[in-house]
Design a protein around this ligand. Sequence first.
Ligand code: G3P
Ligand code: CA
Length: 295
Amino acid sequence: MHARVPVVTTAALLGGTVLMFPGRHAELGSPGTVPVIVSHRGASGYAPENTLAAADKAAELGFDWVETDVQRTRDGELVVLHDDTLERTTDVERVHPGRAPWKVEDFTAAEVALLDAGSWFGPSYAGARVPALRQFVDRVSRNHQKLLLEIKNPELHPGIERQTLKLLSNEGWLDPAHVDGGLIIQSFSADSVRTVHDLHPGVKTALLGTPSFGDLAECARFADQINPAYASLSVGYIAAVRALRGPHGRPLEIFTWTVDDADDARRAAGYGVDGIITNTPDVIRRALPQRLPRG
Ligand code: G3P
Ligand code: CA
């Protein structure tokens, strides 16, 4: 157990009182243990992605880690949506005709709330909505789940990092219980991940993608995880990542995505990844040896 010595950071000086507890996160990775399984956009193989139903489906299947994506509407509401436009996963073309290209930042929260985000997936999900982030976080809380939250397209939503952290704080997600092992914030944007770390250094962060070997040491200054696509994994890359310590003093972790195939899951586990992000968490659980899970 690490001593929890609070350190006042430069972010605290800039943005209010922020305390940082070096090394306080629950450690996920150690060789020979089973990777954490993360339900991608909820259990999105079985329920419409990024809906409350997808979070519930993951809970029903017995999975506590849920990944989701946050973006912002025209009037500043944080909503849970993967694409930068609404037409693939909703009936926006029918409800709001003539509004192409249906970018989420061109619609108000009230307009988004009218959309059916479930029928495209199957008739039994008709009427599912695009959740506000607050609703999604509350549902994850109610389900006693953990959250891997991706800040999606941050370049389209300036200031989304601070706004997201404020919402999480208001909903109780920046308390020690969540920060110690129930919350990770990730992005493909290194600038966005760095901003999250600077604003709230206690929060665990992840950089999506495969930074070059030469950039990894810099990434380790603000990211606790490097989360690469499964296809880009290699033994050498994983070793290079693991050799570094992140901002909380622990070896960098690796959650890989999106793995829905049993053989791929076994291969990823063999590489020693800490987490597998999947649309079909039950398939991955069956593929892996039944030992005590991490986290
Ligand atoms: O969590 C990994 C994964 O979500 C990144 O890709 O495009 O599904 O958001 P994407
Ligand atoms: Ca995502």
